[in-house]
Write a protein of this length. Sequence first.
Length: 313
Amino acid sequence: MTTLYLAVPCYNEQEVLPDTTKKLLAKMRSLIDCGKISPDSRIMYIDDGSKDSTWSIISELHEKYPLVAGLKLSRNRGHQNALYGGLMGAKRHADAVISIDADLQDDINAIDLMLEKFESGCDIVYGVRSKRDSDSLFKRATAEGFYKFLKFMGAEVVFNHADYRLMSKRAIDELEHFGEVNLFLRGIVPMLGFRTDSVEYERAERLAGKSKYPLKKMLSLAWEGVTSLSIKPIRFITVLGAAVFLVSIIMLIYSLISHFLGNTTLGWTSLIVSIWAIGGLQLLAIGIIGEYLGKIYLETKHRPRFIVDKFLK
Ligand code: UDP
Ligand code: MG
């Protein structure tokens, strides 16, 4: 029987924890009762260095309910790192781990279907939002723009999938081989391969408390996503440099013609040509250096070159 762990990162979530626990406990108990998951399954809260009473609530819940487990990080490291810590902590005990936010905006009834897909052989099951009715217009526009921006900048992500997903123990084991420190799980998990599927659900409002992802954090997540997955911004410089250099050749022809037609001031031709040519060459040179820098950057991540799915002996 599958041992399922729910990895729930929490940062200053004292308002939502009691309610969340009630709902998650009911879900876990019903899954255990109908024999879908083993009684060793757990709801694992990861306290991401909260400043309120989050950790003491988690400890109390753990005393009261054997199904609740807790992991406390030494300080606030951000959602992605907390999640990663949770996955690594949970995989030692679990066959499958589902990551879900503490505010239960993601429909926990999708867990059943995720489990079914896991049982039928999927290693990764993405939770994908079907609608965003509950989000404000601003949040919806910025969030959807976020996915489009990432795609444009060369980072492949699953559209409208946040970090609500099921991963098998084997997939998390492979994730551990990705040596990067700048974590953007949504971009790395698709690189793992394996059999994947997705489950649609409707996103609800936050149970209580405030969003811990204000615009500033969202922008920094987007930038982290781009710079940790793609070196396309560097390529823009190279292309720009080449373009400016091309313009300089056109300018050379244009100013030579003007020069010989005699309607220029002395010195203008050489000046204007040098400005364009030197500017273009400099940009191009920066771009080329950048290309190598990008290569070095990607190399230092020590990502695995391949991941074995099956081996027939
Ligand atoms: N979170 C975290 N560390 C942080 C910020 C957020 O662990 O530094 C957790 C938070 O407790 C929640 C999840 O990340 O479980 C998502 O945050 P939130 O619901 O505020 O984001 P939103 O849904 O508004 O994008
Ligand atoms: Mg939320």
